[in-house]
Design a binder for this molecule. Sequence first.
Ligand code: HPA
Ligand code: ZN
Length: 338
Amino acid sequence: MTALRKFIEGLPKTELHLHIEGSLEPELMFALAKRNNISLPFKTIEDVRAAYQFSELQDFLDIYYQGMGVLQTEQDFYDLTMAYLNKVHSQNVMHVEIFFDPQGHTERGISMDTVISGITRALEKGQRELGISYKLIMCFLRHLSEDAAMETLEQALPFKDKLCGVGLDSSELGHPPSKFKNVFARAKEEGLYLVAHAGEEGPPAYVYEALDVLKIDRLDHGNRSLEDADLTARLAKSQIALTVCPLSNYKLAGVKDMSKHPLGEMLSKNLNATINSDDPAYFGGYMNENYLAVTEALDLGMDEVITLARNGVAATFCTTAEKSAMMQKLDDYLDQWT
Ligand code: HPA
Ligand code: ZN
């Protein structure tokens, strides 16, 4: 395992499912609370970590929305994003496609401009100085109305050149993808890529809706698709990418035992699965920890790890030339490894 661990650590990787607000580490949460004169319901960093015990998605979301309250200024969003980029740079991540949740901020009176400017200023610096290329995806909160999502899209259109796509996140059960049919159609008209969380806690029917009603380009999570044989066969045939988040599934109790993680079945059924971290500050690991957790628990070999990394490149929203350049970095790494 030690050799495979080293291999994973050095492997050039992509991250396609990361909520930037979910990368807020308790240390930065305290620092920003102090800077912005906000009082937190926690006394110490240990208290914060102790509160990160979740038995389902909603438990996490309640704490996640509370945590993001410390983000107030453009500099806060910059610092948050820069901390994430520095961390994943140390893990040999070469490309990121990150989510943000503007409604978690605009609802608190923070402007769209503040949020997008701070995040993109850091992404630009990360590209220049760390060599990490990026895309930015704006998510709609599905527990809110489609009208609210449409208003959010309108607010973001002046910054469209900074956005690559739109997504759908937050409380899945009771909020099926079809609720957002019109706003996704509108985003597509604007030339944006479409992704949605589906099949994390929701049933296969939600995955069908994400595919057929929203017409997504990539599926976030998708785990429960495996309950439906026809859907599983369709995902394999279409080769639509799934952004799988192993430690998230484990911490949110969708997967009780990592050795039973559905990634094994996804790979054996030829689904186009990728590895991602979701909300690393809350779920106990960034990219390397997620790769390592499934590799150990499912006893994956080097070939399967390479497949996952290649899937992660192919599933980006980059141009063919950009994908080839990333595949080349992977090949160079494999050449010097053997
Ligand atoms: N699922 C749904 N919504 C989210 C998540 C998640 O894992 N993280 C942040 N918003
Ligand atoms: Zn997510």
